[in-house]
Design a binder for this molecule. Structure first.
Ligand SMILES: *Cc1c(COP(=O)(O)O)cnc(C)c1O
Length: 225
């Protein structure tokens, strides 16, 4: 399958579901992103600041760049001017830094709060009680961030029931939060969940943004840097 056909497949599959396609292009060469762009894809997801910056400079300016990987505070300044959405806000410290950089350039930076839903030790994110605490007592001084929703990653497992339960739990949490009075910087509209292996479950459970890498571009080529 070509990248063009894969993009078409996902557009067809997602049509009418309310979920948008993010083409996760991390580690992929610019030529492959250009193929996806030629097929109409305009949202790309990257997980490394430097790589995203380089690709941003090389590719058309109507692309939306989404940061989906763990973000170090000292790198926020590089992407704050152009990033369309940071999915991976996993600490209050990071949120304060995003706010600081947004303030400098007079831009309110769109963010998702990453929620820890997997039964694994290694994943980043807020747990449920931390999330409630943050959203219900949102710091008033965070004037240059915009919280647009939540992001989660299910466990790496073949157990479809477990994956579904994890996504469903996140959806329920999202609905619960969205039904409360919230600070003006919070507008819960996006629920980022689902990757190549589990996107169909995620969409059934209410995802609005699926993050698809290998099913579009093929296997990733990791290189030592
Ligand atoms: C790499 C990555 C994806 C895409 O994974 P695939 O299995 O290639 O679709 C999605 N989300 C995050 C956070 C990632 O790091």
């Amino acid at each position: 399958m070509s990248i063009e056909n894969n993009i078409k497949f996902f557009n067809d599959t997602l049509r009418g579901t309310g979920a948008k396609l993010i083409a996760v292009s991390k580690t992929q060469p610019v030529e492959k992103l250009q193929e996806a762009y030629a097929a109409g894809q305009r949202i790309f997801g990257e997980n490394k600041v430097q790589e995203m910056e380089e690709k941003y400079h090389q590719l058309p300016k109507d692309i939306e760049w989404h940061m989906i990987g763990h973000l170090q505070t000292n790198k926020v300044k590089h992407i704050a001017p152009f990033v369309s959405l940071i999915h991976s806000v996993d600490s209050l410290k990071l949120l304060h830094e995003i706010n600081k950089q947004g303030k400098k350039i007079n831009r309110s930076v769109p963010c998702l709060l990453q929620v820890f839903i997997a039964q694994e030790e290694t994943k980043f994110g807020f747990d449920e009680s931390e999330l409630l605490q943050l959203v219900q007592n949102f710091p008033v001084e965070l004037t240059h961030v915009q919280i647009n929703g939540l992001m989660g990653m299910a466990s790496l497992t073949d157990n479809q029931t477990q994956i579904r339960n994890e996504f469903r739990g996140l959806r329920n949490l999202f609905d619960r939060l969205a039904s409360q009075p919230l600070a003006s910087q919070i507008e819960l509209k996006e629920l980022s969940m689902g990757m190549s292996s589990d996107f169909s479950i995620a969409v059934e459970e209410g995802s609005t943004l699926v993050r698809i890498g290998t099913a579009i571009f093929g296997e990733r080529n990791y290189q030592k840097t």
